[in-house]
Design a protein around this ligand. Structure first.
Ligand SMILES: Cc1cc2nc3c(=O)[nH]c(=O)nc-3n(C[C@H](O)[C@H](O)[C@H](O)COP(=O)(O)OP(=O)(O)OC[C@H]3O[C@@H](n4cnc5c(N)ncnc54)[C@H](O)[C@@H]3O)c2cc1C
Ligand code: FES
Length: 275
């Protein structure tokens, strides 16, 4: 972050753009000297294309990857469409890192249960990569990931090949409806979490996905005996400044851009139920 002006973007170069699904692309972005800034898993950055606009996105690469930042971006409107259309080599503005990130130190020595839906895998992937790079600091890793259809799963080679081959790691994939090409689970993510019956002892659950998925995942985890302190999620409010100045993202006394977007369920239970 620019210390004199935290709102000032720096110029970055889009190294390449990969199609993940019909509406999600991953951009690899580098600053003048490689990484535009240091960050921790769960933090975000504002990407801008003057004069089109600016939007916030989770950094999906691990901080242990030193050559660039990666963003998986779903095409929903003005900025995301413009980012999808960029050619490799294009210049964009980038500012960050913003947000608190995942409480990595509190997770050390614990088993981790990642639960993601659709584009919600983006921030989880940064933490998953960090854990794989620091494998001896974490216990068993379970990853439950789902999307509407096989075509809507992101990071297909990682979720199907790379991650299941990591030590002490289990990956469970699901899609919403039957598909002739699909041999794994069929059903919604929260139901699959219940069916898999994860035990809460010495475990932290981290979930990110569409609000409706998160709502039912939280209920499923509660039924499995997870306490609110053991459950971490991220909030997606509308944001403008990213640094706690404009008041666009506040929830009671909390600015989601600065104090979040990562919260434990215990912290969320203390906030006004507006999210
Ligand atoms: C902390 C955080 C992390 C995010 N990480 C990612 C990510 O990794 N990948 C990704 O694809 N997107 C992410 N988003 C969402 C992304 O910032 C928005 O989709 C952004 O508006 C896209 O800009 P746009 O100009 O393309 O869309 P716009 O043209 O601004 O909006 C398109 C449509 O989406 C609606 N919309 C915009 N923002 C939000 C919002 N926050 N909540 C609900 N509806 C909204 C608008 O009302 C409009 O209908 C994140 C958002 C937050 C707050
Ligand atoms: S986005 Fe401006 S205060 Fe959070």
């Amino acid at each position: 972050m620019n210390k004199d002006n935290p709102l000032l973007p720096q110029v970055a170069t889009v190294l390449d753009i990969t199609s993940e699904t019909p509406d999600i692309k991953t951009l690899r972005v580098a600053g003048k000297d490689g990484l535009p800034f240091e960050f921790m898993p769960g933090q975000c950055a504002m990407l801008s294309i003057p004069p089109i606009g600016e939007a916030i996105f989770s950094i999906t690469s691990s901080p242990t990857c030193r050559e660039c930042l990666e963003f998986s971006i779903k095409e929903v409107g003005t900025v995301s469409s413009a980012l999808h259309d960029l050619p490799p080599g294009a210049h964009i503005g980038i500012r960050g890192p913003y947000g608190n990130g995942f409480p990595v130190d509190d997770m050390k020595g614990k088993d981790l249960l990642f639960i993601g839906g659709g584009i919600g895998l983006a921030p989880l992937r940064s933490l998953i990569g960090y854990c794989f790079s620091n494998r001896d600091q974490f216990g068993h890793i379970d990853i439950v990931y789902g999307a509407r259809s096989p075509a809507d799963l992101i990071r297909k080679s990682e979720i199907k090949e790379t991650w299941p081959a990591e030590p002490d790691t289990s990956v469970y994939l699901t899609v919403d409806a039957e598909n002739p090409d699909w041999k794994e689970n069929v059903g919604f993510v929260p139901a699959y979490v219940s069916e898999l019956g994860f035990k809460p002892e010495n475990k932290i659950a981290i979930t990110c996905g569409p609000p409706i998925m998160i709502k039912f995942v939280l209920q499923a985890l509660d039924k499995l005996g997870f306490k609110p302190e053991q459950v971490i999620t991220t909030l997606e409010m509308r944001m403008k400044c990213g640094v706690g100045k404009c008041g666009r993202c506040n929830l009671g006394p909390v600015y989601v851009c600065k104090d979040g977007p990562v919260f434990s369920l215990a912290q969320l239970n203390e906030l006004p139920a507006e999210y």
